[in-house]
Design a protein around this ligand. Structure first.
Ligand SMILES: [Zn+2]
Length: 365
């Protein structure tokens, strides 16, 4: 029987999401390529891989990219958007008629997706890892000051821990606190929002994918799907490109006045160092690119941060009791994936509009 429920595109585990994606891509006749993370296995013992599905003429000049799972379990959402697209005959025929190539990159961070960590196998936040490692590393001086506050010795934090953190926020302001914690740091490998010391496996894999599938493109629209910031179910269109007025103007021309920039403080996200999508400037230097982080809200921002703190604390404390480990893991999953029909419907409605806008933008480019 035909299942018309939009929610069928979503999955409960990475392994299920991967299989659904590969099946949907095969059914559409897409060219499929898998990049395995060979040194690791998934939470269920499964193969971990970043999978690519490509539809359209090879080497298309106009390219639409949708990527998922840059931040591990945020991939439950992005995977649903990608699989929904593969099942959307109307959208696919518009893409085909416009001569646009469609590149779907599933599970940029397969280890985190499967094991339910926002960071990768080395605790690296991939959206802080795409920097020039031959240059001096970005400095986030405030991070070392806030780390002991956000990652105390005990979890949950003691009353004294809470008071110290509250005092810091009252003195410096919430925005400064969040920026110190989340903008990226390169000094504490077991800390929060750690950017790494070298390009990660995912970074190298993504560059290889772009070189193969995007090197001939002259116009690129790239949507990297995220969750965990902003109002529940709302897809904030975060401008993820470089700080250049013409590039921001292009993104707003395609996607609307509600494209918020991290460069001027409009976005729920701070300006972060080294997002994945910035690789387009290195690997496709001659292409005109419109880059977006499509960020769907889940729980209140501070609640999400607290669950991230707990997860990072747990990685530092593998001796924690099993019951606490299960609670923290489940809490982390729920922070990035609202497993209910209402939320999923909001996600698919908004992502479809963004894809349609991108198709129309690429047509006029
Ligand atoms: Zn994210």
């Amino acid at each position: 029987m035909y299942n018309s429920a939009a929610t069928r595109h979503f999955s409960g585990t990475y392994a299920e999401a991967r299989q659904k994606f590969l099946d949907a891509a095969a059914q559409r006749g897409a060219a499929i390529e898998s990049f395995e993370l060979e040194a690791h296995r998934g939470a269920l013992g499964e193969t971990l891989a970043t999978d690519v599905a490509y539809l359209g003429k090879p080497g298309a000049a106009k390219l639409l990219i949708v990527s998922s799972g840059t931040h591990g379990p945020e991939g439950f959402c992005g995977s649903g958007c990608q699989i929904s697209t593969l099942n959307d005959a109307d959208l696919l025929s518009r893409i085909e008629q416009a001569g646009i190539g469609l590149l779907l990159i599933h599970a940029v961070n397969p280890h985190g997706f499967s094991h339910l960590h926002r960071t990768n196998e080395d605790n690296i936040d991939l959206n802080r890892n795409h920097i020039d490692f031959s240059a001096p590393l970005p400095v986030n001086a405030a991070y070392s000051e806030v780390e002991p506050l956000v990652l105390p010795a005990n979890w949950p934090p003691t009353a004294a821990d809470v008071a110290t953190m509250t005092a810091y926020i009252e003195k410096n302001g919430m925005r400064a606190f969040r920026t110190a914690v989340t903008s990226g740091q390169y000094t504490s490998p077991q800390g929060l929002f750690y950017g790494g010391k070298a390009p990660s496996w995912s970074n190298r894999t993504m560059r290889g994918i772009l070189r193969k599938y995007a090197s001939e493109a002259t116009h690129i629209g790239w949507i990297d799907v995220h969750t965990g910031l902003g109002p529940y179910g709302h897809g904030e269109k975060i401008y993820a490109g470089r700080n250049a007025a013409a590039d921001l103007a292009l993104a707003r021309a395609w996607w609307g006045a509600d494209v918020f920039s991290v460069h001027d403080g409009q976005s729920a996200s701070p300006d972060v160092s080294g997002p994945v999508v910035s690789t387009v400037y290195d690997e496709c230097p001659n292409a005109s690119a419109a880059l977006m982080g499509l960020e769907f809200g889940t729980l209140p921002d501070m609640e999400v941060m607290n669950r991230l703190r707990a997860d990072t604390w747990l990685r530092r404390h593998p001796e924690a009791p099993e019951a606490q480990q299960i609670t923290i893991r489940q809490g982390l999953r729920d922070a990035f994936y609202c497993d209910n029909d209402e939320w999923k419907g909001m996600i698919l409605g908004q992502s479809r509009v963004v894809l349609l806008q991108t198709i129309e933008g690429l047509k006029t480019a």
